[in-house]
Design a binder for this molecule. Structure first.
Ligand code: HEM
Length: 379
């Protein structure tokens, strides 16, 4: 069943409420994504899981009949064998070994960032902690000197705005990354390894680097920001994490389910007319996989709107499904675990100092999370 007048669907503080309401109107609902892009929203976990592997749907936005551009990058917008080839080459950049090796670095930069805000007794957990840490990790991964991050941080941010012309930012970002690849400067980043494989052209290396950057840092910072906000709003859950009633692994899985940043961030396009859950969608249209809706499905998760860090994980949808499943999932989990557990351990009496400010990108997350706390030195 579809609604006659499409509802606007915009990431932000009301996204889960909006998704619950829309799920009530059926498994396939016509919406205006970001308030302006016509799309078909899938609301049920089983339909989303099927759509993610359905070859009649593509990740390539050029199939759109309305000509609106897509934010997809590199192999995120490629299907089939070409996607598999590019993804295989990038997999080594985020291998379990490489991710594990980042743990001591992450602890160090997290302790530094949290240590720096401790004496003041107040901080913005996004701009002082989550964003700089997520950005540093990507710099470390790509071998970008941290003092050069301004070259691409602004461009990367512009790429995530849902409207407007992204071409100039894209050009700036690609120029910088091309120089980085050609200079062979990075000593410990993944670029030399990517560039050395015969499997990728220089352009493909640059595109892959841009994808890792754009896919990897705002999402992770958003998860940390939303998770901290959720924990402040549920102090008993924060205590469960602090006193060990919930393990860090379980807690991060539940926080990803409860407030993952890509609630409506995954789109596909119909290559042909496709009937999904009883609704026929014409060729050349946008389909939104409602990951946030699947994550709050009451048949899959008892008390699905409740945050419960002791819940047995039942497999969330926040990293997607199918061949495009998030390549950086284990890195994101590690970052979230280290930063969130450190914040909960070292900042006591954590409370909001002012209303959080939500940003307006393609992801759901807060741009500012002003908090006050009592420091725990040496914790
Ligand atoms: C909490 C943080 C993160 C979330 C919620 C997240 C979520 C997602 C989702 C839902 C997809 C699937 C997109 C699709 O099906 O079209 C995806 C793909 C991807 N993610 Fe993540 N991501 C996160 C962090 C990261 C990090 C840290 C990296 C790497 C540094 C990363 C790299 C990628 C890449 C390369 C893809 C494309 C995979 C492909 O197309 O084969 N992500 N992510």
């Amino acid at each position: 069943m579809t609604t006659t007048r499409p509802a606007g669907l915009v990431p932000g503080p009301a996204i889960y409420e909006d998704l619950r309401r829309l799920a009530g109107s059926g498994p396939v609902v016509k919406v205006l994504l970001h308030g302006r892009l016509p799309a078909w929203l899938l609301t049920r976990p089983e339909d989303i899981a099927h759509a993610a592997v359905d070859p009649r749907l593509t990740s390539d936005g050029s199939f759109l009949s309305d000509g609106t551009s897509s934010v997809k990058f590199g192999f995120m917008g490629v299907d089939g064998a070409a996607h598999a080839r590019l993804r295989r080459s990038a997999t080594s950049a985020l291998s379990p070994r490489r991710v594990r090796a980042l743990r001591p670095y992450l602890h160090r930069i997290t302790d530094d960032a949290v240590g720096a805000v401790l004496p003041a007794g107040h901080a913005d957990l996004v701009t002082d902690v989550a964003l700089p840490i997520a950005m540093r990790v990507i710099c470390e991964l790509l071998g970008v000197p941290v003092d050069e991050r301004d070259h691409f941080q602004g461009a990367a941010n512009e790429m995530l705005v849902p409207s407007g012309d992204r071409a100039p930012a894209r050009l700036r970002l690609f120029d910088y990354l091309t120089t980085l690849v050609r200079d062979e400067r990075p000593e410990c980043g993944v670029l030399p390894a990517l560039a050395a494989t015969d499997a990728l052209s220089e352009w493909e290396v640059v595109e892959t680097a841009a994808l890792l950057l754009v896919a990897g840092y705002q999402t992770t910072a958003d998860l940390i920001g939303s998770a901290m906000l959720a924990l402040i709003e549920h102090p008993e859950q924060l205590r469960a994490l602090r006193d060990g009633t919930s393990t860090a692994d379980k807690a991060i899985e539940e926080l990803l389910r409860y407030c993952g940043p890509m609630a409506i961030g995954v789109t596909r396009y119909t290559k042909e007319a496709v009937t999904l859950a009883g609704t026929t969608i014409p060729a050349g249209e946008r389909v939104v996989l409602g990951l946030g809706s699947a994550n709050r499905d009451p048949h899959r998760y008892a008390g699905s709107d409740r945050l419960d860090l002791t819940r047995e994980p039942a497999g969330h949808f926040s990293f997607g499904r199918g061949p495009h499943y998030c390549l950086g999932a284990s890195l994101a989990q590690l970052e979230a675990e280290v930063v969130i557990t450190t914040l909960c351990r070292r900042l006591r009496g954590l409370r909001l100092a002012a209303e959080p400010v939500w940003h307006t990108t393609i992801f759901s997350g807060v741009a500012h999370l002003p908090v006050a706390f009592t420091a725990v030195h040496g914790a």
